[in-house]
Design a protein around this ligand. Sequence first.
Ligand code: BTN
Length: 252
Amino acid sequence: APPAAVLPDGFRVLKLEETASTNAAALDAARAGEPGGLWITARRQSAGRGRQGRVWTSDEGNLFASLLLRDPVRADRLGELPLVIALGVHDTVAELLPPLQRGQLAIKWPNDLVFDGAKLAGILLEGADDGRSRVVVVGIGVNCRHFPAKIEYPATSLAAIGVPASADEVFAVLAVAVARRLGEWRLEGFEAVRAAWLARARGLGETIRVRMPARTLEGRFEALDAAGRLLLRLADGRIETISAGDVFFGTA
Ligand code: BTN
């Protein structure tokens, strides 16, 4: 593999032509002793992975990037990390959009980026423990040029919403934005992150459906708890705390 280039914030980046999954490549790099702070990007992914065991099928021209972190935070606070990363992805696309369109951009819990409700980017965290440290790989897929035909959730791309940025251009902005949010999280703690996340959340205070492997619940999206879990108020007034699931809104 080519040597990794150094980014301004001290992170390094290894740019690959093709790999099965940049997340898998980053986990392999960790197993080979790579220190934290390494980004791996690829122009093509042949076996991209999505959340909840799904595949991520996405064509060349889109962005595939994974960041390898070691011991980013105490184990009991790891649930905060997806929200931190989602903010970095939101910042990135917001920066590329004309100001008047930024209000159409939102984060769908836990960490999808949506534009007018259609998915623009997804995030997949994977972990491993190699005895020396806890390895966390943050995988980010951004639809720059293409988006999949609607399967169960509407999708879109930067090109389709009038932002002609290439994967390389998006990555350059993303690497800085993610580093900035990680730094803010370390310095100011989760409260600052949660407040910023809630300000960009889609459907807060509205009725949503949350689909989990064994059941689907409907209720009001009340808030996030201190660990970033979704608090859903059911019709009987009880609050359900949800740590993983897929959120659906009104018609979507
Ligand atoms: C989701 O299901 O929404 C998460 C999708 C995450 C896709 C990205 S693309 C780069 C990285 N490598 C992978 O195999 N998956 C993530």
